[in-house]
Design a protein around this ligand. Sequence first.
Ligand code: 6PG
Length: 233
Amino acid sequence: MFKEIRILESDESAAVEAAKMFEEYANYFVENLGQFNVALAGGGTPKQMHQHLSKYNLDWAKIHILFSDERYVPPTASNSNFFLAYDSLLKNIDIPNQNIHPIQSLGISAQESAFLYEKTIARLNKNLELDAIFLGIGPDGHTASIFPNSQVINSDYYIEAIHDSPKLPKTRISFTLKLLNNARNIVFLASGESKAKAVEDILKKDLALPANLVRPPDGNLFWLLDKHAAKYL
Ligand code: 6PG
């Protein structure tokens, strides 16, 4: 595994760096494999990255958008990760609808949705090896919807339904470490002082928090931080 930490001056410059990495990966995988299969991070941090990405001239017809986790709320809810990505990126780019793969969060159980999403990913890559996965971290060191001391940490599945998330809503569908560590490229994006302690615990103290268990053995691992999130490094 290749690992690199990049510390940027501001949340804005960190977001631009993440958007540029997306662009580089997209151009590389489209050119070499004919398609780019990428999962977006949930939460609020990716908004700036997505807004920059909206302005890039990418071959969106060959890019497939997935989601590293989803809150079990309707896709029109303001806290839906799909809605957050739609509002900051998807509505602003010329991408075919069939290239957007939301995690179903309505009309079926979270367990059924997890099962179906694994099949969705397998249709894009039979080995469930995604080209790039973008992730955020919470102040407690969680990533996607994998929280400290969660049973999901040792899951042998690629996608899991979570019913006890300490971060509301309680019910979510999430990539597992098995899927994350199967990726070709992982990019964490963390900004702001609220993430500084988690970043220190992970990148300096090497504590076994969920985000620190993301170590794709055959992949590349990047941490993009602004100087506030990196203040204790
Ligand atoms: C979620 C996210 C979660 C998020 C972190 C950071 O659905 O909540 O996937 O892992 O990335 O909690 O969230 P913020 O970017 O909003 O700080």
